[in-house]
Unconditional design. Sequence first.
Length: 275
Amino acid sequence: MSTYVVGDIQGCHGAFLELLQAVAFDAAHDQIWITGDLVNRGEDSLAVLRWARAHDDCVVAVPGNHDLHLLAVAEGFVPPHRKDTLELILNAPDRDDLLTWLRHRPMLHRRGSWMMLHAGLPPEWNADQACLHAAELEHALRGPKWRHFLKHMYGNEPRRWHPNLDGQERLRFIANVLTRCRYLHADGSMDFQHKLAPDTAPRGLTPWFDFPGRRSIDARVIFGHWSTLGLLLRDDVVALDTGCLWGGALTAFRLEDERCFQVRCAARRQPEPRG
């Protein structure tokens, strides 16, 4: 059995199928992990969701910010963005089944020393705490008040973790750090403005994974979300969003031998700050 961790697909169904063929994926024996952002901006998000749901027994997918955005749009809490490509999902006859499946995905997945999430972690959380707080958000998304969370999900505050956070503020922080975080300020608070590569970062901003004293350092964190960072392979972190949507590549990382596989992608959108 092989486990392939795939970076952000964002609806690029053709590239995803090509990558599966390149690694000779066998649904009877292999597993696919997906770092989030299954949908949006690419050519066929509906086909990606349908494939993932149909292969539920061998797929582990964590939601990204675009996936949570889809859920909020579907409930009418926010309008679609101008560049969203969610119409096929919203109008599909199986839309409710697909969205329910998406809403019940784990926010974080851990196996042994490996931990997969979409974006980042605050420096205060160790690996066990990250799992516990991710489970809080999963409970909110799966429970009877899931619409209330989605309705009030948007916003940048609070930007810094405190164990006394509660209610919607606590859930919003957990969602933001797991699905939106890239940089931290010197006090450990999240920055949501700068999206480009670390060598362009303004003074005082540090990638979340390089923050001094990060307590999750003992875990091997695999994440996506940061296409301008690109492929990053370190002992402590593996970044897999290689910008398929922007004409880069779609990347798979095989856990068993830590080998990467890539297929090149045709650009679907004009270059812009990526999120």
